[in-house]
Design a protein around this ligand. Structure first.
Ligand SMILES: Nc1ncnc2c1ncn2[C@@H]1O[C@H](COP(=O)(O)OP(=O)(O)OP(=O)(O)O)[C@@H](O)[C@H]1O
Ligand SMILES: [Zn+2]
Length: 732
C-alpha cells in the first residue's frame, strides 16, 4: 500500500497542524496565514488569550471545526525545523514516553529565536590597562576574558556583580571597548586543513577508518575504545576534520563542563579557531547565537552537554560521544533520556556517523558491538607513555586507627612522589566532610526534614547539606534532638575530611581539593584544573570530578581511599560502575614520560571485580558481567522501565501503585513482569513520598506501547505525580 505524499508547502488558508510547547499532547489545527508557509516553519499562534511558539508539523488533522479554526499570527524569521529533527523528536518522544511538546521544548531552548536580525552593542576587553585596578574592575575584566564573545551591558554587570558605572568608567579609560555587532554572527571558520599532530600507526589506522565512515556518508556507529591516554581525542578530531571538509556539521558531547576548556584549546590547535559551545553556563545571547547558527550553518562544530543533541543542525554529519559510559549522559530530571542512545537515534535520522569514545565502554555498547550493530576500533597502547601499574593495599593488614583513612603504605608512596617533584592524587568519591553527623549522647543522626536522607557535613561551608534536595542548615553547636552541647561527631570520610588528614600527614605539601561544591563557578573550577596541570599542587584530593579525561602531566600516583565503596549497592550496575571508575581514575597516573602507579585501598583484594580491575582483564570482565546479566534477563539482554510515583501523603501514592500493579494485563500480554509497588530506596524527597514499580520485559518485546496502554488505565491527579524512566540507570 502506498501512502499519499504529505505536502510540505501550504497555501494561505490551508488547514495545518501546529505543535506548540504547551502541554496539550498533540499538534492543534490552524489556518495558514497570508503568503502560506512550509512544514517545519516556526510560527506564533493564538492559544486561548495567549500567543505561543509552535512548529508547523504537517497537514491539519481536522479535529478543530472549520468555524473555530484560527489563523497563524506570524511566521518567525528562523530556519524551518528540518524533517529529520521533527522525525527524531517524534521517535524520541515515543521511546521515552514523553509528551511531544516537552520534546519540542528541548529543541527550542533559545530566547527570542524568531526575532529578526538586528545589531546590538557588546562590550569586549579594550587595548589599555585601567589606570587603577580595583576588585570590581578586575571582576569586569575577568568576566570579559571568560566570555566566548562579547557581553551585553546587562550580562557583564550581572557576571561581574558590578554597577553599570564601573563598566562605563572602564570604557572611558579604554580598558573596555564597545562594539556594534550583528546579534547572531556566524562562528569563525574552522580550517580542517590545519595539520594535526603526527599520529602513531595505531592512531592513524583508527583515524583512517573513521574518516572513511564519514566520507561514505550515511549512518553508522563506531566504538572507539582506547586505553586511558591513548589519544582518542586526536583520533576522533580526524573524523571531525573529514566531516568539516565535506561541509557538514559535527557535534562533540562531553560529560562535564570542566572538561571543555582543555578540549576547546585542542580544537583551536587543530582547526585554527574555537567551535561553538552549548551548556548551562551560556548567557541568553550566546544561546540564541548558537541555536540560530547551527540552524543556518554558521556553526560548523558544536561542543556541548547532552542537550546539544537537540540543536537544529542544518546538516549534521558526525556525532562524537566522549566518555560514552559516563552516567551523566542520563538526564535524571524532567524528560528522562540517555544522551548517548538519543545521539544514535538522531544520527540515524540525520544520516550521520556516531563515534562512541571510551577507555571503559558501557556494557550496552559492548553488547551492541558483539551483536554486530556497532563497529569497533581499538587503541591498545598509550601515546608516548605506559599504562599505570595497578596494586592493591590490603586494609585488613594496615591496622589503621579509627578516624584515619590514609594507610601507611599509601602515605609512604605519596612522600616518595612528592620528594621526586611529582604529583599524587588521593581519590574518594564522596563530597563534603563526613556523610553522617551523630550525637554521642543520644545516638541521634541528623537528617533532612524533607527527605529520607542524612545531612552531610560540609565544613568548608559550615553547613549540613542534603544531597537529595540541596537544602542546608548551619552546622548546629548542640544536638537538635537532646540539646547536649558539643556532642556531635562526624562519622566517616568525605573529600574535605580526607584533605584535613592529608594536610596533617604531609604538612609541607601543597594541597588542591577538587570537588564540584567547592567552586563558586565553572570558571573557577577550570582555573584550578589548569593550575594543577601546571604543577601548582603536590597532592590533589578529589571526587569523581577528577576521574574524567583530565591530563595532569606531573601526576604519577593515584591512591584510591576506598575501592570497595560502590561495590555493594543493590544497583544492577555496581560492578560495572566500580570497574569503570577505578580504571578511569587510575588512568590519570603516568600520562607523560614518568610511569605511574595506582594503589587501591580495599578490604577485599580477592573480590572478583577488584581482581579484574587490578589485572586489567577487560574482555574477561565484560564477558563475566554479560553472562551474569544474560542469566537474569537484565539489560542489555532484557529491558527495564522504572515507574516513580510521588505525592505529599504516603497512602494515596501507595494506592496508585497498587492500582497499577493490579491492572497489569497489558504488560502480561507482552510477557513482561511488574515488581512493586515498594517504597523507593530514598522514600521521601523534598517532602514527597516516593514509591517505585519496576517493569521487566524481554529484549524484543514492544515495551513502550504496552506501558502506554497500562498507564492509561489509571488517572494521576495532582498532587500525585508519575514519571516513567525507560532504561533506568539509577534506582533511588
Ligand atoms: N599523536 C599524538 N601526538 C602528540 N601528542 C599526542 C598524540 N596522541 C595523544 N597525544 C597526547 O597524549 C595525551 C592523551 O591523549 P588524549 O587526551 O587524546 O587521550 P584519551 O585517549 O582521550 O585519554 P582518556 O581516556 O584518559 O581521557 C594528550 O596530552 C595528547 O595531547
Ligand atoms: Zn533534603
Amino acid at each position: 500500500m502506498s501512502k499519499a505524499p504529505i505536502p510540505d508547502a501550504f497555501p494561505e488558508g490551508a488547514r495545518i497542524a501546529v505543535l506548540t510547547t504547551q502541554p496539550l499532547g498533540r499538534p492543534l489545527d490552524y489556518r495558514a496565514p497570508a503568503g502560506g508557509l512550509r512544514a517545519g516553519a516556526f510560527v506564533e499562534v493564538p492559544l486561548g488569550p495567549r500567543k505561543v511558539l509552535g512548529v508547523v508539523w504537517g497537514p491539519g488533522t481536522g479535529e478543530v471545526a472549520a468555524g473555530k479554526l484560527r489563523s497563524v499570527l506570524r511566521v518567525l524569521d528562523a530556519a524551518p525545523m528540518r524533517p529529520e529533527l521533527r522525525a527524531f523528536l517524534e521517535r524520541a518522544a515515543d521511546y521515552t514516553l514523553t509528551p511531544l511538546p516537552a520534546m519540542l521544548r528541548l529543541a527550542t531552548r533559545a530566547p527570542g529565536l524568531g526575532d529578526p536580525p538586528a545589531m546590538r552593542r557588546l562590550f569586549v576587553a579594550g587595548e589599555r590597562a585601567p589606570t587603577r585596578m580595583t576588585d570590581a574592575r578586575a571582576r569586569v575584566l575577568d568576566a570579559l576574558e571568560a566570555a566566548t564573545s562579547g557581553l551585553t551591558l546587562a550580562e557583564l554587570t550581572e557576571a561581574a556583580g558590578v554597577s553599570a558605572s564601573v563598566v562605563k568608567g572602564l570604557v572611558a579609560q579604554g580598558a573596555v571597548a564597545e562594539i556594534e555587532t550583528p546579534r547572531d554572527a556566524p562562528f569563525p571558520r574552522l580550517d580542517p586543513e590545519v595539520r594535526g599532530k603526527p599520529l602513531s600507526a595505531d592512531q592513524a589506522a583508527a583515524a583512517e577508518a573513521l574518516r572513511a565512515g564519514v566520507a561514505a556518508g550515511g549512518y553508522a556507529t563506531t566504538l572507539l575504545k582506547g586505553v586511558t591516554g591513548s589519544g582518542k581525542t586526536e583520533v576522533y578530531l580526524e573524523a571531525v576534520a573529514e566531516c568539516l571538509a565535506r561541509g557538514r556539521q559535527a557535534l562533540v558531547l562531553l560529560p562535564e563542563i570542566a572538561l571543555t576548556a582543555e578540549f576547546l584549546d585542542r580544537v583551536e590547535a587543530r582547526f585554527g579557531a574555537r567551535p561553538a559551545e552549548w551548556h548551562s553556563g551560556l548567557t541568553m545571547t550566546e544561546r540564541r547565537r548558537v541555536w540560530r547558527m547551527t540552524g543556518e550553518g554558521g556553526a560548523q562544530m558544536v561542543v556541548g552537554a547532552r542537550s546539544a543533541l537537540f540543536l537544529p543542525f542544518a546538516d549534521l554529519g558526525l556525532v562524537i560521544v566522549d566518555e560514552e559510559h559516563d552516567s551523566s549522559y542520563k538526564q535524571e530530571e524532567g524528560v528522562l533520556y540517555n544522551a548517548r542512545d538519543m545521539s544514535v537515534l538522531r544520527a540515524a535520522h540525520a544520516g550521520a556517523q556516531v563515534v562512541l569514545a571510551s577507555a571503559t565502554p558501557s556494557l550496552e555498547t559492548w553488547a551492541n558491538v558483539e551483536a554486530g550493530k556497532y563497529d569497533r576500533l581499538e587503541l591498545a597502547a598509550r601515546f608516548g607513555a605506559v599504562l599505570p601499574e595497578m596494586r592493591a593495599i590490603d586494609m585488613r593488614a594496615e591496622g589503621l586507627p579509627a578516624g584515619r583513612w590514609i594507610s601507611e603504605t599509601l602515605a609512604r608512596a605519596v612522600e616518595t612522589r612528592i620528594a621526586a617533584g611529582e604529583q599524587a592524587l588521593l581519590f574518594i568519591n564522596r563530597r563534603g566532610y563526613a556523610p553522617v553527623t551523630l550525637c554521642r549522647a543520644c545516638g541521634h543522626q541528623i537528617a533532612c526534614p524533607d527527605c529520607d536522607a542524612r545531612l552531610v557535613e560540609h565544613r568548608f561551608l559550615k553547613r549540613l547539606v542534603c544531597h537529595q534536595c540541596g537544602e542546608s542548615i548551619p552546622t548546629p553547636a548542640a544536638c537538635p534532638e537532646c540539646g547536649k552541647e558539643e556532642s556531635l561527631a562526624a562519622i566517616g570520610p568525605g573529600v574535605e575530611r580526607l584533605a584535613e588528614e592529608a594536610q596533617a600527614r604531609f604538612p609541607e605539601a601543597r594541597l588542591a581539593v577538587l570537588s564540584s561544591d567547592l567552586f563558586a563557578s565553572a570558571r573557577a573550577l577550570k582555573a584550578e584544573i589548569a593550575a594543577i596541570a601546571e604543577g601548582g599542587a603536590d597532592i590533589v584530593i578529589g571526587t569523581q570530578l577528577v576521574a574524567k579525561g583530565h591530563n595532569f602531566p606531573l601526576l604519577t600516583l593515584v591512591g584510591v581511599i576506598d575501592a570497595d565503596l560502590a561495590l555493594h549497592g543493590s544497583d544492577l550496575r555496581a560492578a560495572e560502575r566500580t570497574f569503570q571508575l577505578m580504571r578511569q581514575v587510575a588512568g590519570r597516573a603516568g600520562r607523560k614520560e614518568k610511569p605511574g602507579v595506582a594503589m587501591l585501598q580495599t578490604h577485599q583484594p580477592d573480590h572478583p571485580v577488584i581482581r579484574a580491575i587490578l589485572a586489567g582483564d577487560e574482555e574477561g570482565f565484560w564477558r563475566a558481567e554479560a553472562a551474569a546479566r544474560q542469566a537474569t534477563g537484565m539489560p542489555p539482554y532484557g529491558r527495564l522501565a522504572g515507574i516513580i510515583l510521588s505525592g505529599p501523603e504516603p497512602e494515596p501514592v501507595f494506592q496508585l501503585g497498587q492500582a497499577l500493579a493490579r491492572a497489569d494485563g497489558p504488560l502480561r500480554r507482552i510477557g513482561a513482569e511488574v515488581w512493586g509497588p515498594a517504597p523507593a530506596p530514598i522514600a521521601r524527597i523534598r517532602g514527597r513520598h516516593r514509591v517505585r514499580l519496576l517493569v521487566k520485559a524481554a529484549k524484543g518485546a514492544p515495551l513502550q506501547p504496552a506501558l502506554s496502554e497500562w498507564l492509561a488505565q489509571v488517572e494521576v491527579k495532582a498532587p500525585l505525580r508519575l514519571a516513567v524512566d525507560i532504561d533506568p540507570q539509577s534506582f533511588f
